[in-house]
Design a protein around this ligand. Structure first.
Ligand SMILES: *Cc1c(COP(=O)(O)O)cnc(C)c1O
Length: 383
């Protein structure tokens, strides 16, 4: 007997055949530099917990305190019953961190990008995006109904050519880019992009998911580190360096006011939980007042880069705490990841369709010790 779901078997078989099949590994410990993964203690080199805040006592206490005051759920969407005083505090803290007039928190970074892009661009508009942009920037462009064209990764000449060729045919134009590319760890040329946007009358949306808390003297992101003053739309997440869950948009008061009225992924979803909100407020306070955490993270990046250099290993880029190392085709990369795992190191193979070329992706944290990084280097050499 055939059923309407038989196609699932065929679809899964073709995922396996392409070597694209992925599955979860179960973590059963608190976020730290070591983790119990599938029952075994491993050194964690795959976490976005850049500053170690996800396991920080102060965030845990803030989450508990917020839960005690407000309960476990926000109980409704922001425009109905779910707008808590705590959300206002968090939005003020984000705007202050980012040095913008206002900010708006969403339930995730993914939703922040989907909702914002779909709200600010439409069928008569053009979106130009870096080809390696995160999935949510690409899906947001699709959802908007705008004409979305990719330019070659970090290639300003290609972006310029595409602006010259297409800009005049559309009403509004939006340039979108990750600030720190999540799978390669390289950085967008934001200053040059801002200049191009000015010349061609374009809006700019920068996704600071991996920049916030990591770059900038106050932890405001790559935009802050580069001293960019022009008006732009900054999107990011509370779930990486900030150790919580949720997303945000920071920008002009006008933009935020408009999004509160037009961003469907903000309007029609339940507000962020009190625990996540409280933890994020505590994280921003730490990020602003403890630059030594960021210093320690960058010292670890330097130490690891030096070690890689001594081994003659070249990362795709070495400008951020994300260091990706190409070691061959998909089966070879999976083998290296498996060998690292045997040595107790959690550093996964990232492969198509997530990225065009397979690689081992290593992320460093402020809380890693030099001994832990040294051990990683030894294992990399051995495998
Ligand atoms: C992780 C990530 C997101 C999504 O953020 P979540 O809060 O996890 O949904 C968006 N953009 C980039 C570049 C990311 O790396």
């Amino acid at each position: 007997m055939s059923t309407p779901y038989d196609w699932l078997d065929r679809a899964l078989a073709s995922i396996h055949k392409a070597n694209w099949y992925r599955s979860t590994q179960t973590v059963s410990s608190k976020a730290a530099t070591t983790a119990i993964v599938d029952g075994r203690e491993m050194l964690m080199f795959a976490s976005n917990n850049y500053l170690g805040l996800a396991g920080d006592r102060r965030l845990i206490d803030a989450a508990i305190a917020a839960t005690e005051i407000y309960g476990t759920g926000a109980t409704g969407s922001r425009l109905v019953s779910g707008h808590l005083a705590l959300h206002g505090q968090l939005e003020t803290a984000i705007a202050d961190l980012k040095n913008t007039e206002a900010a708006l928190v969403f339930s995730s970074g993914y939703l922040a990008n989907l909702g914002t892009i779909a709200a600010i661009a439409g069928a008569r508009d053009l979106i130009l995006g870096d080809e390696y942009n995160h999935s949510c920037l690409k899906k947001g462009s699709l959802l908007s109904g705008a004409t979305a064209i990719d330019y070659r990764h970090l290639d300003l000449t290609d972006l310029t050519a595409k602006l010259q060729e297409n800009r005049a045919k559309y009403r509004r134009c939006l340039i979108i880019t990750d600030s720190v590319f999540s799978m390669d760890g390289d950085l967008a040329s934001l200053r040059e992009i801002m200049d191009l946007a000015q010349t061609h009358d374009c809006m700019v949306l920068v996704d600071e998911a991996h920049g916030t808390g990591v770059f900038g003297d106050r932890g405001g992101g790559l935009t802050q580190a580069l001293g960019i003053q022009q008006d732009l739309i900054q999107v990011g997440t509370l779930s990486k360096a900030l150790g919580s869950l949720g997303g945000y948009v920071a920008g002009s008061a006008k933009l935020i006011d408009y999004l509160r009225n037009r961003a469907a992924t903000w309007i029609y979803t339940t507000a962020l939980s009190p625990a996540d909100t409280g933890a994020a407020i505590a994280a921003i306070e730490i990020i602003r007042t403890e630059p030594q955490l960021r210093d320690r993270l960058w010292q670890n990046v330097e130490f690891f880069k030096q070690g890689l250099q001594n081994l003659g290993i070249q990362a795709i880029a070495d400008d951020s705490p994300i260091l990706a190392i190409e070691v061959g085709d998909i089966p070879q990369t999976l083998q290296v990841a498996a060998n690292l795992r045997k040595n107790g190191i959690f550093a996964p193979a990232i492969r198509p369709p997530t990225v065009p070329t397979p690689r081992i992706r290593i992320t460093l944290m402020a809380s890693h010790t030099q001994a832990q990084i040294q051990f990683l280097l030894q294992c990399l050499q051995a495998v």
